[in-house]
Structure formats: structure tokens, C-alpha cells
Design a protein. Structure first.
Length: 394
């Protein structure tokens, strides 16, 4: 018995080529779904959207330029079917994009994804994309929850709570330390897997560009007493200082800060709409009033004119402090200070848009005094907060 040759309308060919070009999936896969040969689909794409490579005049039942191959009703039905195929393909693409990390996981992870998105996409569609059987999913769903699953669900609740409490600023190392501090006996690997499985991650870090003040001046320059040896056993022995700038709708807001190397606590700060010596001196005076350091304090800065100014040097002399300065343009000589500014930019500045300097001042104050010094744990401190490290050292 001779096999009948299949004929396709121009609309079918046009929609098939459109599906191929819009889905971004392999030609072989599209041809298999449409029930046609790959060479046929490839030929349609080469000739044009729905064109015919050559006329088949003389062959029985073939289409000609003067007569349609099928009735308008059949063409409309075929177009409707292709549109349904296109909608299904788009749904599969969306499921794949959303679930790509689950494809590498075990069946439990895939079943969990299906359960989580059952109201968004059809279950059988997700099972096909994730390469699991619907019967396996429904058996998993009806199975009693294991002790491990119950523990993970409770742990996930705590992770979500801490993630919200710290406004998304904690990755898995700090999250693990925070959980341990609250008495949860859990490994770092388990926390990392749980966060990765549920898409919980810290704020994305941008490339950090350290700011340097203007060192082109004739003022006295102090020697570099630290030489990148950033260690201090007790508070108020080594202070670091620097300036950064914050964008607002009214223009730049300049922040000067003084950091204690032993505790990583911001002991002094000042904010102005300029970066003259008065700005840095105000931050130093705040640190002096709060901490009351003894003689011999090493005060390390860059070579900016604000720190080499006579007024600043005079105040350091009153404290009997030893000035120390980085090499020209070398941000690594003041790395802990740059690290603080980097955390400030990633965790606050890049997440906000301030219309006025006053709005920025309010949020910067809340971050430094309310969060950074008292809540944010530091790996360099054994995952203590600066205030906890200060109390421990006293």
C-alpha cells in the first residue's frame, strides 16, 4: 500500500518557521514535536517563511499557485493547533529557565520545585521538562514527611527570618555563623545547600572602585608604620581613616570614617557636602570623645591633603598619636578601611536612591550605628559584631 504524501499549507510552514526562530531550541527538537522531518523544516526556513522550494505540478493532490491545498476551515484549525503548540513551547521554556538548577539535583529537589509551582504551570508539563514521572511526583507528595525534611523545613524558616532581618546581606558563611550563635547545630554545607536550593543569596556585589583623596600637595607626609600588617590585639591601638562619597539627588554627600583595627568598629564618622579638612577633623574628634585613646595610638590614613593638613596634625599631636600614611594611590595599604566602604556600598548605597542629602544621612547613620557596629558579624572577628569584639577585649 502506497504511503500518502503529506501536504502542508503556507500558514503551517510560516508558523513552523516562526516557532523555530522564536523558541531558540534545536531544529531537530522542533521538527520532532511537529511530526515533520528535520530536512523539511530546514528547507522551509531556507526558502522563506512558508514558501515552497519548488512546485509539484503534475503530482496528484499537490498544491498550485492558483488553488488552495485545503479549505479555509482546515487552515484555521491548523493555525489554532500551531498556536497551542507555540504556547506549550513557551511554557516549557519558562519552566526550564526557572528550574535549571533543579535539573542537576536529585528527584526530591525536582519534586519540591513542582510542588512549589503547581499553581503556575501544569504538573505534567513540569514533570516532562524536569524528566520525572507524574506518578513518582504524586507518590512523593502522598508519602509522609521524613524527619530530615521536617528539620530542613524548620531550618529554612530560620534562614528566611535571618535573611529578612539582615535585609539580604548575609551569604552562607555568615548565615551559618548566625544560626550557630542562636544555638542551631547545623553544618555550613547544609546551610549552603538549603540556600542554593531555595534561591536565597546575598546581595550581588559590584566591582568596587576604591576612592582616594588628592595627594598632590606640599604638606608633610608621615611614614607608613603599618606596612599592610593589619593586626591589633587590643582596641584603640590602631585607627584607620578615609573618605568616600555618596550620590544623592542634591549632589555628593561625603562621608569620613575612623575604624578601629582590633574591633572593626566605626568609632568616629562625619558627613558633609564638602571634603575639606573640617570633615575629617570632625570624624577624628568624634572618635576621640567616644574612645579616649591613650598615648601611642597609630592613626593610619592615605596621603590626602585633609589628613596632612596642619589642623589635623595638631589634633593628633594633642592625642600623642603617631601618624601613618599609605603609599601614593595604593588602596591595599588601607585595605580594612576600603573593605568597610565596600560593604557599605554593596549593602546600602547601591540599594537606595536618595533625593536629598538628609535622607542619605539618616540611612547612613542607621547602617553604621544601628547595623554595622552592633548587628553585622565579621569573619575577621571570628563572626562577632564590632561591639561584641570590643566588650570581649575590655
Amino acid at each position: 500500500m502506497t504511503k500518502m504524501r503529506r501536504e502542508f499549507t503556507p500558514e503551517f510552514k510560516r508558523e513552523a518557521v516562526a516557532l523555530l526562530e522564536s523558541s531558540g531550541r534545536p531544529l531537530m527538537q522542533i521538527a520532532t514535536e511537529l511530526g515533520i522531518s528535520p530536512s523539511m523544516l530546514r528547507n522551509w526556513r531556507t526558502v522563506g517563511h512558508g514558501g515552497s522550494p519548488r512546485s509539484r505540478a503534475g503530482s496528484k493532490g499537490s498544491a498550485t499557485s492558483s488553488a488552495p491545498m485545503t479549505s479555509p476551515a482546515d487552515q484555521a484549525a491548523e493555525i489554532a493547533r500551531l498556536r497551542r503548540e507555540l504556547d506549550r513551547t513557551r511554557m516549557e521554556r519558562d519552566v526550564f529557565k526557572k528550574s535549571h538548577r533543579h535539573l542537576r539535583g536529585d528527584a526530591q529537589m525536582r519534586f519540591g520545585f513542582i510542588e512549589q509551582h503547581a499553581r503556575t504551570w501544569p504538573v505534567r508539563l513540569m514533570c516532562r521538562v524536569l524528566q520525572v514521572s507524574p506518578s513518582g511526583y504524586y507518590a512523593w507528595r502522598s508519602r509522609p514527611e521524613s524527619h530530615r525534611a521536617i528539620a530542613n523545613r524548620r531550618l529554612l524558616h530560620e534562614v528566611h527570618r535571618l535573611h529578612g532581618q539582615h535585609q539580604g546581606r548575609y551569604g552562607s558563611p555568615r548565615m551559618h555563623a548566625a544560626l550557630r550563635a542562636e544555638g542551631h547545630r547545623v553544618s555550613r554545607g547544609r546551610v549552603e545547600r538549603l540556600m542554593r536550593r531555595h534561591g536565597i543569596r546575598a546581595l550581588a556585589r559590584r566591582r568596587f572602585r576604591p576612592t582616594t583623596t588628592d595627594s598632590r600637595h606640599q604638606l608633610p607626609i608621615a611614614p607608613n608604620l603599618l606596612q599592610q600588617k593589619f593586626t591589633a590585639c587590643v582596641p584603640n591601638r590602631v585607627w584607620l581613616a578615609d573618605i568616600t562619597y555618596i550620590p544623592t539627588g542634591e549632589g555628593w554627600l561625603y562621608l569620613a570614617a575612623v575604624l578601629d583595627l582590633a574591633t572593626r568598629k566605626v568609632v568616629g564618622w562625619a558627613m558633609r557636602d564638602h571634603m575639606r579638612t573640617e570633615l575629617t577633623l570632625a570624624a577624628l574628634m568624634m572618635a576621640t570623645q567616644r574612645q579616649r585613646p591613650g598615648p601611642g595610638l597609630i592613626h593610619h590614613t592615605d596621603r590626602g591633603s585633609q589628613y596632612a593638613a596642619e589642623a589635623y596634625a595638631r589634633h593628633l599631636a594633642l592625642l600623642k598619636a603617631k601618624p601613618s600614611m599609605s603609599r601614593t594611590g595604593c588602596c591595599y595599604d588601607n585595605a580594612p578601611m576600603e573593605s568597610f566602604f565596600h560593604s557599605l556600598k554593596v549593602e546600602l548605597v547601591h540599594q537606595c536612591r536618595w533625593a536629598t542629602r538628609e535622607e542619605a544621612r539618616r540611612d547612613l547613620f542607621g547602617y553604621i550605628e544601628g547595623y554595622y557596629n552592633r548587628q553585622r558579624i565579621h569573619s575577621a572577628l571570628g563572626y562577632l559584631t564590632p561591639v561584641q569584639a570590643e566588650r570581649k577585649a575590655s
